[in-house]
Design a protein around this ligand. Structure first.
Ligand code: NAP
Length: 210
């Protein structure tokens, strides 16, 4: 596919662009201050900032190009409606790591069999928000009053443990992200399935994993 990549020079962009190119995609990087010209592209990918992503997505949709977005911290509902109006797709996932998404799926299943769980999320000290979006989504999937513990330390990348407690037994589900390449499989999957999605907004990588 011919891809426009908003934020190609960012931390995620620098890890993903070589993987997308190695998979056979042609990538046009678009940075802050560049004209958001996606003409001739089959899809646009955005890993920028919550302030920048809505304008980038709007520009792509206005040019008739569907979008895959990893930028977190913004509400895609309005642009999902615009995509539906135009018969285009807007796919947004707060976590493109297949392992993290499977961890949430397994946690939802385990929650049916254990009375209590707590989530421990551990990230590098550079991460400003706490708890992480993935930890909040996991706690919501488990239900009840699931406590989240947040750890911010140098040396960590992105890790999460979900500990389930029951009578005489514990179950721990753990996922470790050791590099930003972990998001590549999810982005490639979303690009492969983009045209099969219904027009409008689709959220969450879980919807694409069989
Ligand atoms: P980052 O290193 O700050 O990269 C953001 C990049 O976007 C920078 O190169 C920035 O350029 C560029 N940018 C800013 N405004 C732009 C615009 N209007 N048009 C085009 N490019 C623009 O951040 P990151 O770590 O790569 O993360 C990017 C986003 O992805 C964040 O929202 C993060 O939370 C999210 N994320 C999502 C997932 C997921 O799985 N869904 C995983 C990791 C991260 P300048 O440096 O010039 O400002």
């Amino acid at each position: 596919m011919r891809l426009a990549f908003f934020g190609a020079e960012g931390k995620v962009g620098r890890a993903l662009v070589p993987v997308l190119e190695a998979a056979g995609h042609e990538v046009r990087g678009i940075e802050l201050g560049d004209d958001p010209d996606v003409s001739g592209c089959d899809a646009a990918v955005d890993f920028t900032t919550p302030d920048a992503a809505p304008a980038n997505v709007r520009a792509a949709l206005e040019q008739g190009v569907s979008c895959v977005v990893g930028t977190t911290g913004w509400d895609p509902a309005e642009l999902g409606a615009l995509a539906a109006e135009k018969g285009l797709r807007l796919f947004v996932a707060p976590n493109f790591s297949t392992g993290a998404v499977l961890m949430m799926r397994f946690a939802r299943e385990a929650a049916e069999h254990f009375p209590r769980a707590e989530v421990i999320e551990l990230h590098n000290e550079a991460k400003k928000d706490a708890p992480s979006g993935t930890a909040k989504a996991t706690a919501a999937a488990i239900g009840g009053n699931t406590t989240i513990h947040s750890v911010r330390l140098p040396g960590l990348v992105a890790h999460q443990e979900v500990i389930f407690g029951g009578d005489g037994q514990l179950l721990t589900i753990r996922h470790d992200t050791t590099g930003r390449e972990s998001f590549a499989d999810g982005v490639l999957l979303a690009l492969t399935k983009l045209d099969e999605l219904p027009p409008g907004l689709t959220t969450g990588l879980d919807t694409l994993l069989s």
